[in-house]
Design a protein around this ligand. Sequence first.
Ligand SMILES: NC(=O)c1ccc[n+]([C@@H]2O[C@H](COP(=O)([O-])OP(=O)(O)OC[C@H]3O[C@@H](n4cnc5c(N)ncnc54)[C@H](O)[C@@H]3O)[C@@H](O)[C@H]2O)c1
Length: 267
Amino acid sequence: MTSMEFGNDTSAALDLAGQRALVTGGAGGIGAAVARRLAGLGAHVVVADIADAAGEAMAAEIGGEYHHLDVSDPDAWARLADSLAGLDIAFLNAGVSTRIDGDPDASDAPMGEVTERAYRRIMGANVDGVVYGARAVLPEMIARGRGQIVITASMAGLSAIPLDSIYGLTKHAVVGFTKSLGATYGPLGVCTSAICPGFADTNIISADLMDLLRSIDVPVMSPERVADAVVVALAAAQPGSLWALWGDRPITRYIPNAVYDDLEDFV
Ligand SMILES: NC(=O)c1ccc[n+]([C@@H]2O[C@H](COP(=O)([O-])OP(=O)(O)OC[C@H]3O[C@@H](n4cnc5c(N)ncnc54)[C@H](O)[C@@H]3O)[C@@H](O)[C@H]2O)c1
């Protein structure tokens, strides 16, 4: 692995006045922190989620707008087309883990015990939801020759994540998607990048997992810290870039080695 440290200072922040930003999964956790941050920087934020009450409250708090959107449903994306017009920023963030506390159909058990429903649920949100989101917003951004897509991947997209291999699969998938969209549409003025956080204190972390993390001193970041990484990614505007963050360590650009030197441009 080689990497480039970008630094923690997001105080020289972006001016997003007049810009329109979509945040999927914006009702809670990382999405809510990013919605607040983008609104604070001047953007009009379109909050999209399946948690309607929390999403509506978030939109009201930041003077944005809320839309019900199940990111795994292609028809729902089509129905939202009018509200997605004129986007400058799309933060494709909604996601789940394979494990769903209290849901007998979900499992973080051995692979042989993962149900079809649990598998389809995570692939729908974490992979389909990102593909449908990119498909919905890219044509207009390309036509205008500008725009940014930031995808919430994970450290689980750069390295192994014990206990939830399917989660690791989905995050590696969106890392590859980010790099490829960056290479394809970066030259046309549309920047796609991804953030790759370690553990953050949100509802995706079950109480049991949180206890375990704390007992073995694994750092757990605030969602606001993850929002810093989104600001860094937007400010850097490097197509295909991946921004790692872990605990209080600096937000760092992850740059994979080329397998062959002469193919460097394609990684
Ligand atoms: N918290 C962490 O430790 C961590 C670390 C790395 C990456 N991530 C990623 O961050 C993203 C946000 O998760 P979070 O940690 O804020 O968890 P969270 O559970 O607090 O928030 C997820 C949000 O996504 C929404 N959502 C779930 N399925 C959806 C769907 N099908 N359509 C629309 N909205 C949906 C939920 O209602 C919720 O508001 C996810 O992609 C997750 O994989 C989280």
